[in-house]
Ligand binder design. Structure first.
Ligand SMILES: CC(C)(COP(=O)(O)OP(=O)(O)OC[C@H]1O[C@@H](n2cnc3c(N)ncnc32)[C@H](O)[C@@H]1OP(=O)(O)O)[C@@H](O)C(=O)NCCC(=O)NCCS
Length: 286
C-alpha cells in the first residue's frame, strides 16, 4: 500500500465511526500505520519550508491513532510480577540491540506507534507516547515525558523530569515540536503546540503553554501565540524562568495591594560560547 492509499484508507475507516469496530480491514490498516510510525515512514507533523510555522500537521495520522483507540479492547499486559491494562492496539514497544536504541533498565516504556531513532538514549524512568518522534542522538532523561505526537529533533537533551506535552485531539491541533540541538532543562514543561526552534535553551524550570507571554530582553519584544501560530521560541534563544508585575486588579502597580507577580519566561540572551559550554553533551556517554 502506498502512503496516499494508507491515508485514504485511514480517513475512510475513521469516518466510519463505531462501524469500524470489528472490521478486519480497519484493524489491518491501523496496524500498517502503526508500523509506518515506528519505522519513521510517517509522522504526526512534518517540517515544511514554506509553512508559516515551518511545520505541517498530518491530521490523518492523528485520525489513525484515534482509530487505534477505537479498535482496541482492554487487554492485560503481564510483566515480571506487574500487571498492566491498556488498549490491545497499543502494546509496549520492544527493542533489540540491533535497533541501536538504549533503553536503560528501570521502569521506562515506549508505546507502540512511537518512532525512536538509532542512538537515542532513554534513561529510566521515562515515557514516550504513541505518535511521538524522537530523532537521532537525543537523550530522554529520567522522569521525562514525550507526549503523544510530540516531535523531538536531533541531538535534543530532554533533561530530568522535562515534560513535553502530548496532543491527539482536536486532530488538527499542533503537537509540541522541539527542533534540533535544543536543551530542555530539568523540570521544565512545553505544552499546547509550542514550537522551540533549533538550538534554543530552556533553563531548568521554564514552563511554556499557548497562553504564556515570553519576554525577549534582547529584541525588546513580547512573544505570544496567535490565532494562526502557536507560541514559537526563536532559534538559539536562552530562556530562563522569571516573574513580572501583574497588570490588573489588586496586583496592579497602582494598588499593589497583594504584592503579587506572575511567572514569566524571559529570553535573557541568544546562545553564545558560554551557553555552548553549559549545555554540551558528553560524547563518551553516548
Ligand atoms: C540556561 C543555562 C544553560 C545557562 O546558560 P548560560 O548561557 O550559561 O547563561 P548565563 O550564565 O550566561 O546567564 C545569562 C543570564 O541568565 C541568568 N540565568 C541563567 N540561568 C538561569 C536560571 N536557570 N534561572 C534564572 N536565571 C538564569 C543569569 O543570571 C544571567 O543573568 P544576568 O546576565 O542578569 O546575570 C542554565 O542556567 C540551565 O538552566 N541549564 C540547564 C540545567 C539542567 O536542567 N540540567 C539538566 C540536568 S539533567
Amino acid at each position: 500500500m502506498t502512503l496516499s492509499q494508507l491515508q485514504n484508507a485511514i480517513e475512510r475507516h475513521f469516518a466510519a465511526g463505531p462501524a469500524a469496530i470489528g472490521d478486519e480491514s480497519a484493524m489491518r490498516t491501523f496496524q500498517l500505520l502503526r508500523a509506518a510510525l515506528e519505522n519513521g515512514e510517517v509522522r504526526a507533523a512534518s517540517p515544511v519550508k514554506d509553512a508559516p510555522s515551518g511545520w505541517r500537521v498530518n491530521a490523518w495520522v492523528k485520525q489513525g491513532i484515534l482509530l487505534g483507540f477505537r479498535l482496541g479492547v482492554l487487554t492485560e499486559f503481564p510483566a515480571a510480577g506487574f500487571s498492566f491494562v491498556d488498549k490491545s492496539t497499543f502494546p509496549v514497544r520492544h527493542f533489540g540491540s540491533g535497533d541501536g536504541v538504549r533503553v536503560v533498565p528501570g521502569g521506562s516504556s515506549v508505546r507502540a506507534g512511537a518512532y525512536v531513532a538509532r542512538s537515542v538514549v532513554c534513561m529510566p524512568p521515562m515515557y514516550i507516547n504513541v505518535g511521538a518522534w524522537v530523532d537521532e542522538g537525543s537523550l530522554v532523561d529520567s522522569h521525562a515525558l514525550v507526549g503523544s505526537c510530540a516531535q523531538i529533533g536531533k541531538r535534543v537533551h530532554l533533561s530530568a523530569a522535562a515534560q513535553i506535552g502530548g496532543v491527539l485531539e482536536p486532530v488538527n491541533a499542533n503537537p509540541v515540536i522541539i527542533e534540533d540541538d535544543v536543551l530542555v532543562g530539568g523540570n521544565s514543561g512545553v505544552y499546547e503546540g509550542t514550537i522551540v526552534r533549533q538550538g534554543a535553551v530552556l533553563a531548568a524550570g521554564v514552563i511554556l503553554t499557548r497562553g504564556t507571554p515570553v519576554f525577549d530582553l534582547v529584541n525588546g519584544t513580547i512573544l505570544l501565540a496567535s490565532n494562526e501560530l502557536p507560541l514559537i521560541i526563536p532559534q538559539n534563544a536562552v530562556v530562563v524562568p522569571g516573574s513580572r508585575a501583574i497588570s490588573k486588579g489588586k496586583g496592579h502597580e497602582r494598588s499593589r495591594e497583594w504584592g503579587l507577580s506572575l511567572y514569566a519566561p524571559v529570553i535573557v540572551k541568544y546562545r553564545d560560547d558560554k551557553t555552548d559550554l553549559s549545555t554540551t553533551l558528553e560524547d563518551l556517554l553516548r
